[in-house]
Design a protein around this ligand. Structure first.
Ligand code: FAD
Ligand code: NAI
Length: 485
């Protein structure tokens, strides 16, 4: 009898084991992970996804791209209601912010978007396992559920897509109350009287803009000379003027040493460029000094997977780690920490596993800052071309010279095109413009097909649109022959 029972148990175990032998296990359900899972399933591979949180979608959907854009849009509507409606001839009696409702709408957008990912998992017959995933060996992932139960699944291939977390330096540890990261800034219960922001990068400017528009005083403390220091030099200079016009206070070339929560206030201590100590007081301090790869709890050692001193998983050009059946994508590997980069890498990894020969041009991943006007760029910056000794021509065109800009009262910004001095091939496009996030795709497409500035200049652009600034900048880069300036 005992033997019979044992045999039944063995058969059941084998069934479970067989059932959980996946072609691909994806750890992490952000834009990298869930897209990798969908593409794997589309290619006929039995796929599982493991997510430690109860909702799918990762940083991007839960505490990143989607909530920040929801608040940016809401706050921009308020800003227009209080600043531009009157000039347009629209009278609205004293608009007021209902922060609770604004946050509730944002939460609704998040939950609809996360539900959309759940729907896509079901549609593609992807098994979703909620719990913390960790390696037992290179083919086995253990999942620790919220109920503390452990289950193991096996896969021929594993794709790590565990993303990133906010970074901070010693002395500026977030307490998540007054010294906050982007995650807390996306759900504040009050509009700060004065918000301090450490870092004039993407998060600092986007979330700083949200609270500035809602009425906070915003002071940004940045150790570089210009804002958005990794973007083309012209962007930082030009956008710095826009921010000042909007009332931002910028403390450039200030290196933050420490932040202290004083109860109802915070105090930031920084060293200015002369080395003098400066103290700046505010109600909240948003620490936005970058993000770092997240691999905690993955137990990489058990599978022998290497990571570098920045905590990123080391991958080759096929996104393969040093263990050939283990891949890594998105924020957890080198390169831009962007949702669309993670998605492209997700597709790449799945197709490579399926034996295809996929392609990604990492030089053509556009970057966008969703302030107003928006900022967008693709390809090389002027500084990079100089550093690489590449001879180039530059052409730019101001947004204010467009009929469309005057019609909609959005006159700030410019488009700048950098092209090879000899071949005229477009090497970089940088812009500050209304809807630059969408406009940049013309440049990405042109550059993917290795177009010249002359090619862009000779394409008919609809009038009146902001796209005309791209044509004019291309004309200006080609032979300095813009038509409308
Ligand atoms: P993530 O989205 O970080 O997802 C990783 C997932 O893995 C998470 O769900 C995590 O819970 C899970 N996980 C981690 N470890 C484990 C484990 N051991 N077991 C199980 N699950 C695990 N990018 C843009 O392109 N556009 C934007 O507008 C934009 N806005 C942003 C705004 C903010 C405020 C922030 C913070 C980021 C923004 N980003 C934006 C960046 C973007 O969110 C990231 O680049 C993107 O989410 C990276 O995707 P990913 O799949 O690599 O990782
Ligand atoms: P970031 O790298 O964009 O900017 C950090 C800034 O902090 C830099 O300008 C840096 O010079 C400054 N800094 C660092 N240490 C400092 C110190 N001690 N004192 C003063 N300044 C200091 O990082 P951020 O804004 O935190 O964003 C992280 C990542 O999230 C971005 O790189 C981006 O990949 C992603 N993201 C993307 C968005 C988008 O695509 N629209 C929106 C938000 C985030």
């Amino acid at each position: 009898m005992n033997q019979l029972l044992k045999s039944i148990v063995d058969v059941c175990y084998l069934c479970i084991k067989f059932d959980t032998m996946y072609d691909v296990i994806v750890i992490g359900s952000g834009p990298g992970g869930y897209v990798a899972a969908i593409r794997s399933a589309q290619l006929g591979m039995k796929t599982a996804i493991v997510e430690k949180y109860s909702t799918l979608g990762g940083t991007c959907l839960n505490v990143g791209c989607i909530p920040s854009k929801a608040l940016l849009d809401s706050s921009e509507h308020y800003h227009n209601a209080t600043h531009t409606f009157e000039k347009h001839g629209i009278e609205v009696k004293s608009p007021k912010v209902n922060l609770k409702q604004m946050m509730a709408r944002k939460d609704e957008v998040i939950s609809q978007t996360c539900d959309g990912v759940k729907f896509l998992m079901d549609k593609n017959k992807i098994d979703v396992h909620h719990g913390m995933g960790s390696f037992v060996d290179k083919n086995t992932v253990e999942i620790l559920g919220a109920d503390k139960k452990k289950t193991q699944i096996k896969g021929k291939n594993v794709i790590i897509a565990t993303g990133s977390k906010p970074n901070y330096f010693p002395g500026m540890e977030p307490d998540k109350k007054r010294i906050i990261t982007s995650t807390e800034a996306l759900k504040l219960k009050e509009i700060p009287g004065k918000m301090l922001v450490i870092g004039a990068g993407v998060i600092g400017l986007e979330l700083g803009s949200v609270y500035k528009r809602l009425g906070s005083q915003v002071e940004v403390i940045e150790f570089a000379k210009t804002i958005l220091p990794t973007m083309d030099i012209s962007i930082g200079k030009e956008y710095g003027k826009v921010l000042k016009k909007e009332g931002f206070k910028l403390h450039m070339e200030h290196r933050v040493q420490s932040v202290k929560n004083m109860g109802k206030k915070v105090i930031v201590t920084a060293l200015n460029k002369k080395g003098e100590e400066v103290k700046i007081e505010g109600d909240y301090c948003l620490v936005a000094v970058g993000r770092k790869a997240f691999t905690e709890g993955l137990n990489l050692k058990s599978a022998g997977i290497s990571s570098n001193d920045r905590g990123q998983i080391v991958v080759n050009e096929h996104l393969q780690s040093n263990i050939p059946n283990v891949y890594a994508i998105g924020d957890v590997v080198r390169g831009a920490m962007l949702a669309h980069k993670a998605e492209e890498e997700g597709v790449y990894a799945a197709e490579f596993i399926a034996g295809q020969k996929p392609h990604i041009n990492h030089n053509l991943i556009p970057g966008v800052v969703y302030t107003w006007p928006e900022i967008a760029a693709v390809g090389k910056t002027e500084q990079e071309l100089i550093a690489d000794n590449i001879e180039f021509k530059s052409g730019s065109f101001p947004i204010r010279a467009l009929g469309r800009a005057r019609a909609s009262m959005d006159i700030n910004g410019m488009v700048k095109i950098l092209a090879d001095k000899t071949t005229d091939e477009i090497l970089g496009v940088h812009m500050i413009a209304p809807r630059a996030a969408d406009l940049i795709m013309e440049a990405v497409t042109a550059m993917e097909y290795r177009a010249s500035a002359e090619d862009l200049a000779r394409i008919c652009h609809p009038h009146p649109t902001y796209t005309e600034a791209i044509k004019e900048a291309a004309l200006s880069a080609t032979e300095d022959r813009p038509l409308h300036i």
